[in-house]
Design a protein around this ligand. Structure first.
Ligand code: HEM
Length: 221
């Protein structure tokens, strides 16, 4: 268990990474992720996954303006990370044009996930940071593995339509960017008990992602 003492002595970026390590492994090796990425589920599963991400990032980014001036969440709100526009281009491609917005519905777990993001964005900036970290630092890391696999498996143009979500055009050096991001985490202006709450919310964010994978898994069968 992570204690207030750990939260004082350990850099926050280390604390949050270590606290979510186990859940990261679970998400990475979940049946949906594994079967999607080894091609067993077909491109329809990738499309459905991308659709669910669209709901999540609309929640994360729809509140960005409001949080930009907040002392805790504000330093994380950066336009170079925004993914909604890229997801929309991917979805245009994956749907072969057409008005996908008119019919698209979130899966139940996605609805719960987006609702949680909106709730913390309204009431608790630290909680928003937990969700921000869980998605964007992941996209800058393992997201690159997913992109490579998707390009190979389904023949998308390298860094092109279909996988633009994984391409950060305005981040020249993702490894350096991740270091800066971790420095921002380490500088977060909150006390140890609040850091522990944020870590717990990060675990919650991972659990919400895993629940989306389970819904996607069911929907794919
Ligand atoms: C097949 C799926 C996945 C793969 C292959 C993968 C792979 C990776 C790798 C290799 C890293 C380490 C990068 C580094 O040390 O710089 C990483 C980091 C990360 N991943 Fe994933 N990941 C996957 C799924 C996910 C999911 C579903 C989430 C959460 C929604 C996630 C969130 C994160 C986060 C937050 C980090 C940053 C950890 C840190 O350094 O603080 N990943 N991932």
């Amino acid at each position: 268990m992570t204690t207030a003492l750990d939260a004082t002595a350990t850099p926050f970026s280390t604390l949050i990474r270590e606290a979510s390590h186990q859940q990261h492994t679970e998400a990475e090796t979940s049946p949906f992720m594994s079967e999607m990425l080894d091609g067993r589920l077909g491109v329809a599963a990738f499309r459905q996954y991308t659709e669910q991400l669209w709901f999540v990032y609309r929640a994360l980014e729809g509140v960005a303006d409001r949080l930009a001036g907040d002392p805790v969440a504000g330093p994380f709100v950066r336009p170079e990370l925004f993914r909604t526009a890229a997801l929309e281009r991917d979805l245009d491609h994956l749907h072969g044009g057409g008005d996908w917005r008119a019919t698209l519905k979130p899966l139940p777990a996605t609805e719960r996930y987006a609702a949680r993001v909106l709730r913390v964005a309204r009431d608790w900036p630290g909680g928003y940071v937990a969700h921000h970290y869980t998605r964007y630092l992941g996209d800058l890391s393992g997201g690159q593995v997913i992109r490579g696999t998707a390009e190979k498996t389904w023949g998308f143009t390298r860094k092109g339509d279909g996988v633009r979500f994984y391409v950060f055009d305005h981040i020249a050096n993702p490894a350096a960017y991740k270091r800066e991001y971790r420095a921002r985490l380490d500088a977060i202006p909150v006390a140890a008990p609040e850091k522990l709450r944020i870590v717990d919310e990060c675990r919650h964010a991972f659990a919400l992602n895993s629940a989306v994978f389970r819904d996607l898994d069911e929907a794919s069968r």
